[in-house]
Design a protein around this ligand. Structure first.
Ligand code: SAM
Ligand code: DTB
Ligand code: SF4
Length: 357
């Protein structure tokens, strides 16, 4: 006889036999391991991961890694739901930073047409269309090193307007001071995206105009203002596996895990310094998602830029590995993303539905 646990408790089937084969990730003396959720310590997510532990996760046989990531995923999230975000570039191009991957850096000749900050009314129109298409979060990106106070006034108006449409709001505007973060919070901002991009060791190969510590300082200012943190990075930039280990290690040992962790596959834009980077093995990309899921069990992990270059099967593996958010809509900021109709079909084929907020 097979007992249908789901009729007893809506979440019980997620535990059904799953935890038995998962060994605890080095439960330290004096701490309580929860047999049903060995990724937690004393009931909490861990901030004490060692770099060696993260490296060991990356090195697991693929099936073991995916099983473990999927088990963690099911203990903390509904397994067949993804969060749907839509991106809009509210100020494009002409950026004074030299990020080697970016189409919008003034250091690169990419043929991108630079534009001024959009009008609030045009942003509202785009956000309304995104909401009507099914997005629950609207993310607005600006190609700035950091916002000027006058520009911040306009962005605060955008945040207030998008929020009143009933969507979650996210902006990514570069470096912030504590005072700027507080103003954004007052305008109703839910999330601030600011990525560490790569490991501390590889960072200098990618960007020279601001430091890794600058990034951490902005993240701390965002946290202190009470805004949810969206922070992840990019893979496929010629980094080593140890750099991917280092990147996840930094994220998973922040004083609080980012609520949202975007894992981007490099969009290789003609004219950028990294345009000729060798394509990353899809399995290595999936591994990065899986390790992020295990190390940050309660964070939403976003299968972010790069889906346009991935097969449906590779994306399905990412969801199996614990990714539970995507950017939806045929454009990211300046590069292509799968068409809505393609994504609708893929999500339907996989039995995945949209996460409510
Ligand atoms: N200018 C702001 C900043 O960098 O802080 C915000 C916008 S910026 C485009 C946001 C993030 O998008 C970057 O930190 C980077 O992680 C990601 N990104 C930019 N170009 C990318 C590319 N070609 N491929 C993958 N991710 C990219
Ligand atoms: C993030 O981690 N990925 C998004 C968002 N945060 C702002 C940006 C992806 C940009 C991809 C390249 C482009 O479209 O220009
Ligand atoms: Fe500017 Fe952001 Fe692009 Fe870097 S990633 S060049 S800061 S827009």
């Amino acid at each position: 006889m097979r007992i249908d646990f789901s009729s007893l408790h809506p979440f019980l089937d997620r535990y059904n036999g799953m935890t038995i084969a998962v060994e605890p990730p080095g439960t330290a003396k004096g701490h309580t391991m929860n047999a049903l959720a060995p990724e937690l310590r004393d009931g909490n997510v861990r901030h004490d991961w060692t770099r060696a532990e993260i490296g060991q996760l990356f090195a697991l046989p693929f099936a073991d890694l995916i099983f473990r990531a999927q088990s963690v995923h099911r203990r903390h999230f509904a397994p067949n739901e993804v969060q749907i975000s839509t991106l809009l570039s509210i100020k494009t191009g002409g950026c004074p930073e030299d990020c080697g991957y970016c189409s919008q850096s003034a250091f690169h000749e990419t043929g991108l047409k630079a534009s001024k900050l959009m009008d609030v009314s045009a942003v509202i129109a785009d956000a309304t269309a995104a909401r009507d298409a099914g997005a629950t979060r609207f993310c607005m990106g600006a190609a700035w090193r950091s916002p000027k106070d006058r520009d911040l006034d306009a962005v605060c108006d955008m945040v207030g307007a998008v929020k009143s449409l009933g969507m979650e709001t996210c902006v990514t505007l570069g470096m912030l001071t504590g005072a700027q973060a507080k103003r954004l919070k007052q305008s109703g901002l839910d999330y601030y995206n600011h990525n560490i991009d790569t490991s501390p060791e590889y960072y200098g190969q990618i960007i020279s105009t601001r430091t890794f510590q600058d990034r951490l300082d902005t993240l701390a200012a965002v946290r202190a203002a009470g805004i949810h943190v969206c922070c992840g990075g990019i893979v496929g930039m010629g980094e080593s596996e140890d750099d991917r280990v280092g990147m996840i290690h930094v994220l998973a040992t922040l004083p609080e895990h980012p609520e949202s962790v975007p894992i981007n596959l490099l969009m290789r834009v003609e004219g950028t310094r990294l345009a000729a980077s060798a394509p990353l093995d899809a399995i290595d990309f999936v591994r990065t998602i899986a390790v992020a899921r295990i190390a940050m069990p309660k964070s939403v992990v976003r299968l972010s830029a790069g889906r346009d270059q991935m097969s449906d099967e590779a994306q399905a593996l990412c969801f199996l590995a614990g990714a539970n958010s995507i950017f939806y809509g045929a454009r990211l900021l300046t590069t292509a993303n799968p068409e809505e109709s393609h994504d609708n079909r893929l999500l339907a084929r996989l039995g995945i539905s949209a996460m409510a907020h």
